[in-house]
Design a protein around this ligand. Structure first.
Ligand code: M6R
Length: 609
């Protein structure tokens, strides 16, 4: 999604804005721009394409400005083009605005503004914003922005710059993230921490409806006209966390960080005697837990796939019915949720628009909401009743890897927490599961150390194949869904995941000679059944890559290649099974020459519907 950066201080603004935009590239974009004020005049530079195109335009125009705003745009209203790029300006060219989100009533506002004599230059919804500020601006920029906000419906994080107010930035947000970086005599606005972490670790998170006015003298924040006392958070990331650290891509760096991420997510959560788990930010009482009649898991994309694992795990252990929903469906389907439903919201970013709306829908219906999220202070973390943080660290590659694997840990530890209160798990089973959970980081490391050569070679098959299938039963099916999404999104290979028993109800017609099929077979209770399905596939000529635990003597007889995983409990297998699938997709993407970290058309954080 779009990225915003703003700067005011004593350093040159343009290099800081460009550097910040580079750090936000992971969010996905198709054009970029900056606006600065220099010697009381506003200058605008915009370009379709990647940031180097914008840099090319700025070159030779060496601005000394100390204030400015920058933007990377992911097209929603109007195609990617120079004129649709942000910042957008008013009729006079003196007011510039950057915006993330969608202005839902832009057509009616545009008609009204045109009738008032305003002339529009772009096809975007955003352009109504500078014209509204122009319309309302008398002396005070803050009051003009407040009036602008009163007219718009939709979602926005927006920063306004005005030539007539050359030492002021005004920003406001609703349903889109915006943070403020506090430096020594300098301040920053940004959509995400990586954009400013090189300059300051002091951050304020702007909340919905808050409006911030920033000058070199300081920051004031208001809500409904009343000053708000904002708390400063200190970011404890080291700047390296948001850099590639010697890896060719963020994705492979993040895949390799998984043992560490698993360890961090487990640390402090498992009792030293393996008798249970501790979740500090979950405050459900035993009585509240006993009243739960249904669990609703809601998420999007990869997080939704973690939710499907959650359904299998929770139903098996808690014996409570679990529904898993895609957030964009849940929010509009009048879900059967009430005060006896525990809603579990899963989101890496904590800002996904549909997931946030689903959270609110569940709360409106009286449900208790537990969020499993990676971003502290995100909208979802703030609005949920309880939070299970996943300590994956910043995930920059669009393709989610370490976030998914730690979401799985979130699901397991939440299940164990509920199971203990409900008395649904014998002491020795609890101990066994927790002991095995504890071993997973080292086992994930073993996979990374031992399998990359084999997976790199197997991935060569995708140099010539445009289609692939992933099959499995039970928890393997849940992981197959994630494996196929990974392959699709970063290598553009058309991949389908099927419950192994379902293939013969239509899809088997697509199995032809040598087509790659990745067959997951880690679940002993359905091993024989899956093996029969694999033989059916093999009999139709497919090139089958099996995935199972070390010690197998059967699967290898029926497939072309086997990927062996270290032994764990079948219940925990998804945490290990997904690792080779992520690596396979990564290598396939590299072999096919794709843009691994920023796949076409995709954005990291989907903050619009
Ligand atoms: O930030 P979220 O976890 O809410 O994001 C949800 C999806 O957009 C995300 O998981 C997406 O599917 C992944 N980037 C795919 O790898």
């Amino acid at each position: 999604m779009c990225g915003i950066v703003g700067y005011i201080g004593n350093r040159r603004a343009v290099p800081i804005l460009l550097d910040g935009l580079k750090k936000l590239e992971y969010r996905g974009y198709d054009s970029a721009g900056v606006a600065v004020i220099e010697k009381e005049k506003l200058y605008l530079n915009r370009s379709v394409g990647k940031l180097h195109m914008l840099e090319g335009r700025i070159n030779g125009n060496d601005h000394q400005a100390r204030i400015g705003i920058g933007h990377t745009r992911w097209a929603t209203h109007g195609r990617p083009s120079d004129s649709n790029s942000h910042p957008h300006t008013d009729c006079t060219g003196k007011i510039a605005v950057v915006h993330n989100g969608i202005i839902e009533n832009f057509l009616e506002l545009k008609e009204w503004l045109e009738a008032e004599g305003h002339v529009f230059q772009s096809e975007t919804d955003t352009e109504v914003l500078p014209h509204l500020v122009e319309h309302y601006l008398k002396d005070d920029l803050l009051s003009a922005v407040e009036k602008m906000v009163a007219r718009v419906r939709g979602s926005y994080a927006t920063v306004v710059l005005s030539e007539d107010h050359p030492d002021t930035l005004v920003a406001v947000r609703k349903d889109n993230p915006l943070i403020i970086g506090v430096g020594e005599g300098e301040y920053f606005f940004a959509s995400d921490i990586p954009a400013i972490i090189n300059y300051t670790k002091k951050v304020m998170v702007l909340a919905d409806g808050e409006i911030a006015v920033m000058t070199t003298q300081g920051i004031r924040v208001y809500k409904d006209g009343i000053p708000v006392d904002k708390k400063i958070d200190i970011i404890d990331w080291d700047t390296k966390a948001a850099e590639k650290g010697g890896y060719p891509h963020f994705m492979i760096k993040e895949i390799n960080e998984q043992p560490r991420a698993l360890r961090d997510t487990l640390t402090g959560r498992i009792a030293p005697d393996y008798s249970g788990v501790e979740l500090k930010e979950v405050n459900l009482t035993d009585d509240e837990i006993k009243r739960i009649q249904k669990i609703a898991i809601v998420a999007c994309g990869t997080a939704y796939h973690a939710g499907i694992v959650g359904k299998y795990v929770m139903e098996k252990i808690l014996r409570i019915p679990v529904e898993v929903d895609i957030a964009s469906e849940f929010r509009y389907r009048d879900p059967l949720i009430d005060e006896n439903t525990l809603t579990v919201i899963i989101s890496q970013s904590g800002e996904t628009a549909d997931t946030l709306a689903a959270l609110r829908e569940a709360k409106n219906r009286g449900a208790r909401v537990v969020a499993i999220t990676n971003v502290v202070g995100s909208s979802i973390a703030r609005e949920a009743d309880d939070v299970v943080y996943t300590w994956a660290g910043p995930e920059i590659a669009v393709a989610s890897t370490k976030a998914y694997i730690t979401q799985l840990i979130g699901v397991y530890i939440l299940t164990m927490y509920l199971a203990k209160s409900l008395d649904m798990i014998p002491k020795e089973d609890m101990e066994n599961i927790l002991r095995h959970l504890y071993r997973l980081p080292n086992q994930a490391q073993e996979i990374l150390d031992n399998l990359s050569g084999q997976l790199n070679e197997i991935a060569e098959v995708f140099k010539k194949w445009e289609d692939a299938f992933f099959v499995g039963r039970g928890l393997d099916y849940a992981v197959a869904l994630e494996g196929s999404l990974k392959l699709k999104e970063i290598s553009y290979v058309h991949a389908e995941a099927y419950a192994a028993g379902e293939l013969k109800h239509g899809t088997l017609a697509l199995i032809v000679d040598n087509i790659p099929v990745i067959a997951l077979s880690t679940q002993p209770d359905v091993f024989e059944k899956t093996l029969s399905n694999i033989r059916e596939i093999k009999a139709r000529g497919a090139y089958v890559i099996g995935v199972t635990f070390e010690g197998d003597t059967e699967l290898k007889k029926s497939v072309d290649q086997v990927i062996y995983l270290p032994q764990t409990l079948p219940l925990l297998a998804p945490v290990l099974t997904v690792v080779p699938l992520q690596m396979l997709s990564y290598y396939a993407s590299v072999h096919r020459g794709c843009d691994v970290d920023q796949p076409r058309n995709l954005a990291k954080s989907v903050t619009v519907e």
